[in-house]
Design a binder for this molecule. Structure first.
Ligand SMILES: Nc1nc2c(c(=O)[nH]1)N[C@H]1C(S)=C(S)[C@@H](COP(=O)(O)O)O[C@H]1N2
Ligand SMILES: [Mo]
Length: 368
């Protein structure tokens, strides 16, 4: 084997992609990672088996009886907890909408070689666990600690760098966010693919912050330099650009495609007459949605908004339409309480992160 054939040595740059055409390795990624079915946007809480899934390496299968969470490096009062000890701590349940930072990537041109999401890497679950902050306080970070690192049990390679999936948060971020250690999802023990037996949930942030299979927490004197913090999840203008970190979710909305689909093309057919369009809208950092508009027959109309089930959960919206025969392109766009509005065209960065451009759904009204 030459060095070039060895994916674990060196890195020869990104694999070229072609708009609209997916390579075998992208289809391979899409077969491991899965998105929600857009029809489930009708539900407040995404059924567990239908929540989207994004796993970089292999799912580590952890025996809950052997599991320990280790508060180790950089703490003055380090300790470990087993699963029963974690479950006996104060319990909270919080509905949180999670979205993958790569959601929308396939709409960005040129597309980077990664998981080719369209719209479906988002879901809402009722997460049960215990607040993180009191445990960090109990472990007493060194006086000069600037960040806390969260390390998962899954190990693999990216761009020639072997590492466990890991992320960090600053002390301020931990203080401001309702970060949780989670062992149950929708009232059931976490499933292996969602991080069993324990994961982090960082409400309001893109999904990469919510480390699955969490087994080590460390206090750091220098900002975390782990691969998933500094080499990816950055908005970069070009390949060598250190970029700006991807953090909270951008304002976004989606609709349940109305009518019935064609099996192969997913084109939609709809009978003429009144129809109620519905969907969800969300933003990051606990900022509520102020407005959702739907573009119908060339006019942006304001949708009705329903209250959120929690500060970190998406909002339901509905909008009435009288469908006339012909081909229609429907779009929806949300504005959050900070005045951020979804763009109509995808924002660009090298990795295709955080594409929150308005969703387009084409429908044919008439007799199929
Ligand atoms: N240990 C670990 N944690 C991880 C990941 C991973 O690959 N390994 N993927 C992250 C990403 S990119 C996302 S979007 C979410 C997805 O969580 P889910 O698969 O439960 O929906 O988990 C995050 N936590
Ligand atoms: Mo993600």
């Amino acid at each position: 084997m030459t060095t070039n054939d060895n994916p674990f040595m060196g890195y020869s740059g990104r694999i070229a992609t072609q708009d609209g055409v997916y390579s075998q390795s992208e289809v391979g990624l899409a077969n491991r990672n899965s998105g929600i079915l857009l029809e489930t946007l009708a539900l407040d809480v995404t059924p567990t088996g239908l929540h989207y899934l994004l796993t970089h390496f292999d799912v580590p299968l952890i025996d809950p009886g052997q599991y320990r969470l280790d508060f180790s490096g950089g703490f003055n009062a380090p300790f470990e907890l087993d699963l029963d000890e974690i479950k006996s701590l104060p319990q909270v349940t919080l509905p949180v909408t999670l979205e993958c930072a790569g959601n929308g990537r396939s709409g960005v041109s040129p597309r980077s070689h990664s998981m080719p999401w369209a719209y479906e890497a988002v879901g809402t679950s009722e997460w049960t666990g215990t607040p993180l902050k009191p445990l960090i306080e109990r472990a007493v970070p060194n006086a000069d600690a600037v960040e806390i690192a969260f390390l998962g049990a899954d190990y693999g390679f990216d761009k020639g760098v072997g590492h466990c999936f890991g992320r960090s948060l600053t002390m301020t971020q931990i203080a401001d966010l309702d970060v949780m250690l989670v062992y149950a999802m929708n009232g059931q023990p976490l499933l292996p693919q969602h991080g069993a037996p324990l994961r982090l949930i960082v409400p309001g942030w893109y999904g990469m912050a919510s480390v699955k299979w969490l087994d080590r927490i460390e206090a750091l004197r220098e900002p975390f330099d782990g691969f998933q913090q500094v080499r990816t999840y950055r908005f970069r203008e070009h390949d060598g650009d250190p970029g700006r970190p991807v953090t909270t979710m951008r304002v976004k909305s989606l609709m349940v495609p109305p009518g019935v689909p064609d099996w192969g093309t997913r084109k939609r057919y709809l009978e003429p007459g009144p129809v109620t369009l519905l969907g969800r809208a969300w933003s990051g950092g606990g900022v509520p949605i102020a407005k959702v508009e739907v573009e119908l027959d060339g006019e942006w109309r304001q949708a009705r908004l329903e209250p959120q089930i929690s500060r970190y959960a998406w909002s339901k919206w509905t909008c009435d339409w009288s469908a006339s025969p012909g081909k229609h392109v429907l779009r929806c766009r949300a504005t959050d309480a900070d005045g951020h509005i979804q763009p109509l065209d995808p924002p660009w960065d090298v990795s295709g992160f955080a594409n929150n451009a308005a969703q387009k759904v084409t429908v044919f009204v008439g007799e199929p």
